[in-house]
Design a protein around this ligand. Sequence first.
Ligand code: SF4
Ligand code: SF4
Length: 413
Amino acid sequence: MGSQQREEVGLEEAISRCVRCGRCRAVCPTFDLIQREWAVARGRVALTKALEKGDVPPSRRLEEHLSTCLLCMACEEVCTNETPVVDIVEAARAVLAKAKGVSLPGRCLKRILEDKTLAHRLVSVGILTRPLWGRKVEEYRGIALRIPLLKELGLMPPVEVPYSREAPVEQGTGNRGTVALFLGCLLEYVYPSIAEATVAILSGMGYRVIIPEGQGCCGHPHLAMGDKGGAERLKERNTRVLESSGAHLVVTACATCTAHLKRHYRLSIPVKDVAELLLEVGPGGFRYKLAERATYHQPCHLGRGQGIKGVPSFLRALLGSSFVEMAEFERCCGFGGSAAWIYPQVSLGVGKVKARHISQTGCGVVLTDCPACILQINRCLAMEGIRSKALHIVEAIDFRLREVENNSKETTG
Ligand code: SF4
Ligand code: SF4
């Protein structure tokens, strides 16, 4: 059940769909790690039911059981009863947030993501003071903390000068139409290089690309932390900005943002993930520009969240023998939003399996389509001492169809 096609049902009906068959135990990455009933969809649905009926009180332990769900949808994909596990877990988190409040790190994160001026100021201070608290690990594109007690959190995001602060508001002169690039938080503050590469590909394809001013976080982190109000405020603001931009298409290079926009926004203009555009053009339109062999990790929010599963075939055709398929390439990387730092043992434990699968391919590069997966995979690879790196697909390819068309015109002309 992809998030786009999801039919909305009430919580009671949603919970009643779980017949406790246990099929989800075979695919749940947190159950695989923890091996306890509370760590699988069946257990989390039962806990939500008990919480709803008042049979268990809201507690920190219950919060941990529900907050360590990575919202990866692997359970939903195998559930023959179409139990909307992600909706159920999000609803339970909202009840807990109302009863007990969101944790302090969660509150800080939500506040920063909602206030762009504050986020820009904090990023500037963070960059200026970085030598005091962290060391940039170039190879893995992350920050190793100098604070001993926090080292178990793994690498921190490699915070950069916000992309929108320096990028031209309009790029590309093509006549194929105007695309509004929705950056989301990670392209804006952590991986501006992915935003640049996306703009280069889109302009190469003949689009005029604009970066609408005033856009912000998509609201997914808020919803995942049980804050429907915050998610709604961000949706309204982004909707206003995107719909008044004059674009005929909204594109993102973050599978989580795209899945969230497609499912929760009701935009009057279509939304596409950049991966969809690559698949529409086909492998013949691009050139792989790296020398290293590459494997692929399928983000949960691309494959299961949007039903886009054609990227491995695309890469196989484009890279030929330089492409190596990874075992369980669709298995969650373990990021899970705020779980990555609030419950690092679970997040890194799940990520370790991904790192092992990458290492088994012998590839120097793992390509994917979600900056959150890139962040998580790079921190897990670093933790395991594996010398591969995760990149976004758009950073590894050039658009070449125009070149091919021009060459064939010259030959025939
Ligand atoms: S969530 Fe679905 S797969 Fe898991 S126990 Fe319930 S009915 Fe079975
Ligand atoms: S969404 Fe993922 S982590 Fe959560 S219960 Fe389902 S399979 Fe497990």
